[in-house]
Write a protein that binds this ligand. Sequence first.
Ligand SMILES: N[C@@H](CCC(=O)N[C@@H](CS)C(=O)NCC(=O)O)C(=O)O
Length: 280
Amino acid sequence: TIDTTDILKWANEKGEFIRKPSSFRNWITADGSSGFKAEAGRYHLYVSLACPWAHRTLIVRQLKGLEDVITFNVVDYHMGPNGWRFNPAVEGATPDTVNGFSMIREVYFKVDPDYSGRFTIPVLYDKVNGTIVDNESSEIIRMLNTEFNCIYSCYTILTQGINNGVYRAGFATAQDAYDKAVREVFESLDCVEGILSTQRYLTGASITEADVRLYTTLVRFDPVYVGHFKCNKKRIVDYPNIWGYLRDLYNTPGFGSTTNRYHIEHHYQKTSVKQKRTCY
Ligand SMILES: N[C@@H](CCC(=O)N[C@@H](CS)C(=O)NCC(=O)O)C(=O)O
């Protein structure tokens, strides 16, 4: 048996280090069927930059472009008798910005006051439900890799595919560049149409920054980008879910009231774009 009263006593009677199985083994899924839906802003990683297991999770978070989706805190590199602690005075370390705790063990005890395992990092934490999803790095990296694709693409969609995509189409000076941009605009819109078939807003049941970012392009799409930027494979009105979403947002305080069609249309009509290309 492993003595967990002092965290620095990890060996058994024979002096062997036996790794205990991780205790929290929930699974985030893209569709939320597990009770943990892949959502932007919902999950948090507690890591140590010294720990190889935690390090894995930071690599995958970045490779998958989840920097805006999953937040993280870094503990002190020094693990004392009570385990990992937060010490923002150490370079590269942070406070606990989610719970305001000073020790990792407090996260475990918050979730399970009777917790008797080791207080390991990484910890994947659910900020919405105040619980630990998983503390097994091999599982964490797998779920970041497989379950967040739609969320990740949401951000790529927004920044590259749609918000900037219409400009890349409109200002392209070569046919290839225009074709690529238009293809991405409509692939991205198709993806948003799919997302909005199962949920009201881009990242879930409530309006987030992502909706604001998307709205300002969508509301200019049919009046301006279809004609002016030749993003004319389809119009927004041809996407039933996006069209309903756009109307919903327009009627939400702050959206419609700041949207001025007169200015939008006249601005773009006065900006001349010269290019030769085939249109859809
Ligand atoms: N199975 C875990 C192991 C993580 C692990 O052992 N982390 C070490 C740091 S490298 C830890 O937090 N140890 C604290 C302890 O055992 O008390 C994983 O891969 O996520």
